[in-house]
Ligand binder design. Structure first.
Ligand SMILES: Nc1ncnc2c1ncn2[C@@H]1O[C@H](COP(=O)(O)OP(=O)(O)OP(=O)(O)O)[C@@H](O)[C@H]1O
Ligand SMILES: [Mg+2]
Length: 583
């Protein structure tokens, strides 16, 4: 989907479930527009008929009638607003939820190339603008367009000559309109882009506040942010000044049109000796003219909101329409409980074209085997486990789990069988309990404590004043790196996955906790397939097999003893670490 029309039609179709409410809202809007029409006529009656006839009763009755119409206007305005607001809020909710669903479907390849702050703007800011637009569009635009049309028709019945004057002036206005609108659109586009940039730098700034402080680069960052603020401000002044010139020119034209009514109307009144043109008629005309211009004025003030909203809508649909790369679950084979057999058949993978992160990898891992992955930084260890999780698709070769090609599997059902403690620790806002339970939503307190015990964090948690109900900061900043790490380990342990993956987890732990976690894996997970990525080679002594990675290839494999006896790359790495350890 790409054209404006398609985007707009699709957006409108979201209103389908609420068509009754919207229609009723439009109906009330219509009544609202109609209910102000009789009032100027009633005023004309007072001026032209009741006052000359000194008819007090007539004045009273007419005023009562006018008040009733005003009350009708008031009531229908509120009903219309409520019904339309209700529907448009529901549609916005739907859009937001579609956007989040889409983000969940997109594969990690998408997130590798997209800026998170930019996505944040799409889900929050752009959709917010669509919301403002929806209300502006239905509540204001629709009602006011009706008023403009009804006002024009009514003026036609009062005096064609006066109407012609109004229309001529109006034509001048439209000429100005076309000229300014184009300029305004261009400027709004620039303004919106600048607003986006501001949002991105501010998010980045907030995320990196610790780094900024520790590097004492506040001045540099302030300058960077101020530059963005500055150009944002400039573009705002530019866009909204253009809008002001535009709106003010309308006020000026309205003023001139009103004066022309009084001038020309007065002239006709004198010349024709009040036949056809009464004071009441002049005032009626002037009142209608103000309805007419007021409505147009409101329509124009809404113009920027509608325009910004439409840009927001397009940007939202850009996200919703991403066809690739989607993690496709539909029609794929759901797996239940797996034994944990993992095979790589000549697998090659690259994040970017040309540079392979893994090359011709072939491994067979039997259920329950403990595998250690070692090798220098960037050798492809994390990539290897990312592929088991189906985060990325291999460029060539096959990954086979329990005899089934990963390509045919429903990845979510597969991932329910896998537990990962990744290199980057992430805790959700909430309590420690919430964070551990995330591994298994229906876990009992016993299971949770057990997992925490194995992860060597239970005693620590129990010593906290709030115990398991301790709230961790937005990103767990109130805990030490090792404590956070052990909570994420407990989170995976509670799941008791058929395949356990631990990426460099022991690096943040002191040697005592490290040993405890290691023991837990060795004993408790003895029967489960385990992949452990480790830099500290002393931790891989007990592994059934060690895969030695170098530049995307497995160059040696075997158990600790075999590899040392081989006297190759692994034994050299061990030697280096041993020497370092002795320094
Ligand atoms: N998301 C990504 N997009 C593009 N390239 C990536 C991505 N992740 C990793 N790479 C590249 O792929 C190669 C292998 O990275 P990988 O993360 O698997 O290394 P590693 O062995 O886990 O290293 P470390 O021990 O430092 O964690 C590296 O050259 C890295 O730059
Ligand atoms: Mg890694």
């Amino acid at each position: 989907m790409s054209t404006n029309k398609e985007v707009f039609l699709d957006y409108i179709s979201l209103y389908k479930p609420y068509w009754k409410k919207v229609s009723l809202g439009v109906f009330f809007g219509f009544i609202r527009a109609l209910s102000i029409i009789p009032i100027p006529f009633l005023i004309r009656k007072i001026i032209d008929i009741h006052i000359p006839a000194k008819d007090f009763k007539g004045i009273t009755n007419t005023i009562i009638l006018a008040v009733l119409f005003s009350l009708l206007n008031f009531a229908t305005a509120i009903c219309a607003r409520y019904l339309i607001l209700y529907s448009s809020k529901k549609v916005i909710f739907k859009l937001r939820s579609l956007a989040c669903e889409k983000l969940q479907q997109l594969s990690l390849t998408f997130f590798d190339s997209e800026n998170t702050s930019r996505l944040h703007t799409k889900v929050v800011m752009d959709i917010e603008r669509v919301d403002v637009m929806s209300n502006a569009l239905i509540a204001v635009t629709l009602v006011n367009s009706l008023i403009v049309i009804i006002a024009l028709i009514s003026l036609l019945f009062v005096s064609i000559k006066l109407l012609v004057i109004v229309l001529v002036i109006f034509a001048v206005f439209f000429a100005i309109n076309r000229f300014f609108l184009k300029k305004f659109k261009e400027k709004v586009k620039i303004f919106q882009e600048r607003a986006r940039e501001v949002s991105i730098v501010v998010t980045e700034f907030l995320n990196s506040i610790r780094t900024i402080k520790s590097f004492a680069t506040e001045d540099y960052e302030k300058k960077k942010i101020d530059e963005k603020f500055h150009s944002h401000t400039e573009s705002a002044v530019d866009a909204f000044t253009t809008q002001e010139v535009y709106v003010s020119s309308l006020t000026l034209i309205f003023g001139i049109a009103n004066l022309a009514i009084f001038g020309y109307g007065g002239y006709i009144a004198i010349k024709t000796n009040q036949i056809g043109m009464t004071i009441g008629n002049i005032i009626l005309f002037s009142t209608f003219l103000s309805y007419f211009f007021n409505s147009i004025n409101q329509l124009l003030t809404n113009m920027d909101q509608v325009y910004l909203g439409f840009i927001g809508l397009k940007s939202t649909y850009e996200l919703l329409d991403y066809a690739e790369p989607i993690e496709d679950y539909k029609g794929k084979k759901k797996v239940d409980i797996i034994t944990g057999k993992v095979e790589f058949e000549d697998v090659t993978f690259s994040y970017r074209q040309d540079v392979p992160a893994l090359e011709n990898i072939s491994v067979v891992v039997k259920p329950g085997m403990h595998i250690a992955l070692v090798g220098e930084s960037g050798a492809g260890k994390s990539t290897f486990v990312n592929l088991i999780l189906g985060f990325y698709k291999p460029v060539a070769g096959k990954i086979i789990i329990d005899g089934m090609d990963l390509i045919d599997l429903d990845l979510r059902s597969l991932r329910l069988n896998i537990g990962v403690v990744s290199q980057d620790v992430f805790l959700f806002g909430g309590t420690i309990l919430d964070n551990i339970r995330y591994g298994k939503m229906d876990a009992t307190m016993d299971e949770i404590q057990n997992a925490a015990q194995l992860a060597s964090i239970n005693d620590f948690i129990l010593k906290l004043p709030d115990g398991y109900n301790t709230v961790v900061g937005e990103r767990g900043v109130k805990l030490s790196a090792g404590e956070r790490q052990r909570i994420t380990i407990a989170r995976v342990f509670v799941r008791k996955p058929a395949i356990l993956i631990m990426d460099e987890v022991t690096s943040a732990l002191d040697s005592e906790s490290q040993k405890k976690v290691q023991d837990a894996v060795d004993s408790f997970y003895r029967t489960k397939t385990t992949f452990i990525i480790a830099h500290r080679l002393s931790t891989v002594v007990n592994a059934d097999r060690i895969l030695v990675f170098k530049k995307g290839k497995i160059i040696e494999q075997g158990n600790y003893k075999e590899l040392l006896n081989l006297g190759g790359y692994f034994s050299k790495l061990c030697e280096q670490q041993f020497l370092k350890g002795n320094e």
